[in-house]
Ligand binder design. Structure first.
Ligand SMILES: NC(=O)C1=CN([C@@H]2O[C@H](COP(=O)(O)OP(=O)(O)OC[C@H]3O[C@@H](n4cnc5c(N)ncnc54)[C@H](OP(=O)(O)O)[C@@H]3O)[C@@H](O)[C@H]2O)C=CC1
Ligand SMILES: O=C(O)[C@@H]1CCC=N1
Length: 316
């Protein structure tokens, strides 16, 4: 950003002044060249968050300055949209090899079944540079040990990460393993994801696998909202009102739960404060009796078992 005339001309004059006033800080910003192998939903979300001018100050507070974003072309609709949105930083390349050669920090964002072929091709071509590259895999089934073996990169330069699409707005919370902020860890990875909304570092692959399970229940949450909407429509509510009301109500409930959420009793307290003998208390009891939460536990175990490669994750 900072070295690019077009980008600088897009900045507010206050920002320009701040940068001019702060020449020493500017000098010490760590310039990063980021690459994405596979440019689909999650790659676009992370790239968008890194490239948004309004996020620049958060990266800069973390000591970082985005220099370039290189992406693979194959999924043309997403890569061309990124190029259109952020023409001054984004470059689209035909091959993953070119992306890696133009980047220091490389995100692997392919589908699980596409990974092995890609990594062996890159290794065969001698694309990875031990002194330069950091690899972060977003692939749900990746194992850090496996990635190290398939790239020969040093152990403190290979990570697995999970985040969800709202990272594009600095929302949500990423997961990262191994911890990047440990001694001999990584110079900026934790700071970078703190700047993009927050990150929890997982001490082991095992903890990471368990922590990933709720990220696999995003579809379930939207499914519950869809179910509420359709139930209301069946009762004669207009589809637009039903959709608006459900989304706004759930947003407020989740925002309430997020307040003080470092306190592990937060959710219990919110349940406790429901009207005594009221509708919510009764509905929750009914659902417990109906086995809703047992079914939920079973489906979480199934997601974990798929992440661990122990099953295909399906339930009868
Ligand atoms: N979506 C999400 O919320 C999250 C996804 N993930 C993980 O991220 C990974 C990607 O998921 P998602 O973004 O949803 O999937 P997408 O299908 O949106 O993205 C995968 C992209 O990789 C491209 N691709 C496939 N093969 C190649 C290749 N040989 N060279 C270059 N590009 C290629 C695909 O292009 P094409 O369309 O042409 O096939 C596609 O655009 C998965 O492993 C998933 O587990 C992790 C966290 C969250
Ligand atoms: O649904 C998936 O497979 C990916 C992994 C975590 C979130 N989305």
């Amino acid at each position: 950003f900072h070295t690019n005339n077009q980008a600088t001309s897009m900045m507010s004059s206050a920002k320009k002044q701040k940068l001019n006033d702060d020449d020493d800080d500017k000098q010490s910003l760590h310039e990063i060249r980021v690459g994405f192998i596979g440019c689909g939903t999650i790659a676009s979300a992370i790239a968008t968050s890194l490239a948004k001018p309004e996020h620049e100050e958060y990266l800069s507070e973390a000591g970082l300055s985005l220099s370039t974003i290189s992406v693979t072309k194959r999924s043309a609709s997403k890569s061309s949209k990124l190029k259109e949105d952020f023409p001054h930083v984004v470059s689209v390349y035909e091959s993953a090899e070119e992306v890696v050669r133009n980047s220091d920090l490389v995100f692997l964002c392919l589908l699980p079944q596409q990974v092995d072929e890609m990594l062996s091709e890159l290794k065969e071509k001698g694309t990875w540079n031990n002194g330069r590259h950091t690899l972060v895999s977003l692939v749900s089934t990746s194992k850090v040990e496996d990635l190290i073996a398939k790239t020969s990169l040093p152990t403190n330069r290979v990570f697995k990460m999970i985040c969800l699409p709202p990272i594009s707005n600095r929302e949500g919370c990423a997961l990262l393993t191994p911890p990047a902020s440990s001694e001999n860890g990584h110079p900026y990875l934790k700071k970078m994801f703190d700047a993009l909304g927050g990150v929890v570092e997982c001490p082991t692959d095992e903890i990471m696998s368990s922590m990933m399970v709720p990220t696999g229940l995003m579809g379930t949450m939207y499914g519950i909202m869809k179910n509420n909407r359709d139930w209301l429509i069946n009762k004669g509510v207009s589809p637009s009102d039903a959709s608006y009301f459900v989304a706004r109500s759930y947003l407020s409930m989740v925002q309430d739960a997020e307040r003080d959420c470092r306190d592990p009793k937060r959710f219990d307290d919110l349940i406790e404060e429901q009207t005594p003998g009221g509708l919510n208390e009764q509905a929750l009891k009914n659902q417990e009796k109906q086995g809703v939460f047992d079914a939920y536990d079973k489906s979480m175990d199934a997601v974990l078992s798929r992440i661990q490669g122990k099953s295909d994750g399906s339930l009868p």
